[in-house]
Write a protein that binds this ligand. Sequence first.
Ligand code: APR
Ligand code: PHB
Length: 391
Amino acid sequence: MRTTVGIIGAGPAGLLLARLLHNADIDSVVLECRDRGYVERRQRAGLLEQGTVDVLRTAGVGGRMDREGLRHDGIELRFARRRHRVDLSALTGGSSVMVYAQTEVCKDLIELQLRQGGPLLFEAEALAVEGATTDRPVIRFRHGGREGVLECDYVVGCDGFRGVSRTAIPAGLSRVFERTYPFAWLGILADVPPSHDELVYARHERGFALLSMRSPAVSRLYLQVPAGTDAGEWSDEAIWDELARRLETADDWTLARGPITAKSVTPMRSHVHEPMRHGRLFLAGDAAHIVPLTGAKGLNLAVGDVVTFARALIHQRRTGSGERLEAYSETCLRRVWQAERFSYEMTTLLHRAPDATPFDERIQLARLERLTASRAAEADLADGYTGLPWE
Ligand code: APR
Ligand code: PHB
């Protein structure tokens, strides 16, 4: 098999890249080790930046998102039982975010790719990337019990944090920057209308809580829990009680409860692999970087990477110049580090670290007070929340 761009992984990064290339008449093959049902059921975050929304629309995959997604112009911060609304649109000159689950984005991209696009092979596991620094890199893979070789002009590793593509970059050329947080998020889906019409981020002495949603009838909520927690340790009742405690306000707001339909724990970590390119192998999305869930930047970063790659390849085809492809890693990393900074700041602003001293707690509250008192501080948060800079 031969193709122009061999893509490993059918998460949002790989799927969107295949779509962008198809729209530019560049052929690609996507290899995904899991089956379609697994990819479509996987629960992830659900918050799209303005720039991501625009990219999906332009790529021709925004129809259902525009019908079913929920546009949000603000968020609420809660601390010391007080509520403070951050008016995202007013602070940013009109930017908003879209609440639309990542799993729905993937479903839309898969449906379109299978209907009109290059091959998208499920249960096709990439085993290794070879020849990254030659003109003909190859992906060795296994599909339907047989091993095959996909010859490519370029390989893009969109295979997530546990993928194989990163390992094709020699250790001597790689640098990893990481931070593991001593807490995780216990996330639930519940069949109950969200108790507030915007997302609520709560800082509480017992730990962080987030009220989010998937639709007008389905709530998505999260609780900070110690790292290594097993979701089975928490009964439904204990989850609702703890959410109610952490989200409690001094006014008459109450949390509506309903049947919990899914429960899982996500670790919190920051991780960046540099560089993001080695010869003709490019890393995109979680294959190159992880952010903690706070602020939901993961999907948006993945979109930034694949847009950068697609534009660079289109530029190379039109002008013959490979300079943008060569600059891929530096270009992406500028945005990646801004997202790492934003996610780190939002995480440390709202979570209770197990080793926090009383001094740390006062500083955290002072940071929150500052946000409610300074338009400049609030505008900086709104800016990072609705969108990171694009080049
Ligand atoms: N061969 C083929 N496919 C693979 C392999 C392999 N060896 N290893 C992993 N994959 C697949 C996984 O099964 C998964 O479907 O690669 C895909 C990677 O998808 P994601 O993990 O969703 O990563 P990405 O597309 O970069 O999306 C980033 O997803 O993890 C969230 O929070 C993250 O929102 C962010 C977004
Ligand atoms: C989500 O709905 O999954 C979500 C929303 C906002 C975040 C994180 C996760 O900051």
